[in-house]
Design a protein around this ligand. Structure first.
Ligand SMILES: *Cc1c(COP(=O)(O)O)cnc(C)c1O
Length: 419
């Protein structure tokens, strides 16, 4: 059952690729910087085979766990990090970061609009979960983005007028919205402006999909805490599960006490499988992210050539690994997602259908044929089934596999159009 690639699609990919050479060199330059930082982290912490060993029971003095925290902290330009397989996903990591540093009466000011869909219930912006933040006395205030950036003057005004604002929340990635990811510089400019108003604000960044896409991380630009998923960028495609929070040491300690128990914090928690995939995943992450970005650029160019709108544009600088492509009809969108599924190593025979996914407000169609369930550094596409029909795709552990998927997707959407 050979993979059938039509000649038109093959030529389209060749042509598209030729226009991307310079952009690819820029992506390689970022990988050079992030790889050096990761390698230095391993060397400075003296990582050796004993750090991979499993532990059990309470997990006191687990050197694998504690060393993993320290290399993540260095790799993510933070004082301290909490990296745990027990953090179930990115939503959990971000929720912990915010919940760990808020008290009843505090206001969380989101300066990047409504937070990512899966956080709405956790924060208490939707539904009535009794343990949501708002159910426990925390208030939320969301300021929309302005011209694809943070509305700094509106944010400054809100902080000046509302003394209860203690936490400023920033989402780096585009998530499921048609906007650009915020660069570390844009995040830094907002933080600098707000710190001038009040120097005790805590800045929490949803860093999902952003890690290693640029030479710097938001922690280097003043973020107090960043949080994300290990089955996205920083797990390098190898971490089997987990999440992280990194940033200022005192705040990471508070978050650790929210994850486990006040008084014990990061000192407990065993893992009776090897820590090796987390270490090796972090080691590979700069390369994996490089391959994801190149794949995204290729998809953007190919579908731009086919006449679709793409966000970001093919060679634009990136601050996340997501590529959005806007199709004309639900059928085109569905055929795109199905082609991505067909290009996968796992479950390539499955035909994706839209469904009511827990935590999301619209039906969602997802293509994912991954070794690690739901891992999005592996090639995947998802789309809320609503007009305008936008697919958000990400990943590919290697560019060669991403390229094959681009050929299949271009062929199948072209076919759908001519029906
Ligand atoms: C993926 C993602 C999340 C949530 O992470 P999960 O691992 O899916 O729970 C939050 N914010 C953004 C921007 C994301 O991309």
């Amino acid at each position: 059952m050979a993979i059938q690639i039509d000649n038109g699609a093959r030529e389209l990919i060749w042509t598209a690729e030729k226009t991307l050479a310079d952009a690819f060199l820029r992506v390689d330059a970022i990988e050079a910087v992030t790889s050096q930082r990761v390698l230095e982290a391993f060397q400075e912490e003296g990582v050796s085979a004993r750090h991979f060993a499993p532990t059990n029971g309470y997990g006191y003095d687990d050197i694998g766990r504690d060393t993993l925290d320290r290399i993540f902290a260095r790799a993510l330009m933070a004082d301290k990090a909490l990296v745990r397989p027990q953090i179930v996903n990115g939503t959990h990591a971000i929720f912990l970061a915010v919940a760990g540093v808020t008290r009843a009466g505090d206001t969380v000011l989101s300066i990047t609009g409504q937070p990512y869909d899966t956080l709405e219930q956790a924060f208490g912006l939707r539904g009535d979960a009794p343990n949501s933040l708002t159910a426990n006395g925390v208030k939320f205030h969301c300021l929309p983005l302005k011209n694809d950036g943070i509305d700094i003057s509106a944010a400054v005004e809100t902080v000046e007028q509302d003394a209860s604002v203690r936490i400023v929340f920033i989402q780096r990635s585009r998530g499921y919205s048609w906007r650009n990811a915020l660069s570390v510089e844009q995040i830094g400019a907002a933080i600098t402006a707000l710190k001038k108003v009040r120097d005790d604000l805590i800045f929490v960044v949803d860093n999902c999909y952003g890690e290693f896409t640029s030479a710097m991380e938001p922690t280097s630009a003043g973020a107090s805490l960043i949080a994300g998923s290990l089955i996205k960028n920083p797990g390098g495609g190898l971490a089997p599960t987990g999440g992280y929070i990194a940033g200022r040491a005192d705040l990471v300690d508070r978050v650790a006490e929210r994850l486990t128990i006040p008084g014990l914090g990061a000192e407990v928690g065993a893992y009776e499988a090897s820590y090796r995939p987390f270490y090796q995943g972090l080691f590979l992450a700069p390369r994996t992210v490089n391959q994801c970005i190149k794949t995204a650029m290729l998809f953007a160019r190919v579908f731009e050539c086919l006449g679709y709108e793409t966000m970001p544009q093919p060679t634009a600088p990136r601050s996340d690994i997501i590529q959005a492509i806007r199709f004309s009809t639900a059928d085109e969108l569905r055929s795109f997602c199905r082609a991505i599924q067909k290009a996968a190593p796992i479950d390539s025979f499955v035909v994706p259908e839209e469904w009511d996914m827990p935590g999301y407000s619209d039906k969602v169609i997802m293509a994912a044929g991954a070794f690690v369930q739901g891992a999005t550094t592996e090639l995947s596409a998802d789309a809320p089934m609503r007009a305008p029909y936008t697919a958000y795709m990400q990943g590919s552990l290697t560019y060669a596999y991403g390229r094959l998927a681009a050929m299949l997707a271009a062929g199948s959407v072209t076919l759908e159009r001519t029906k």
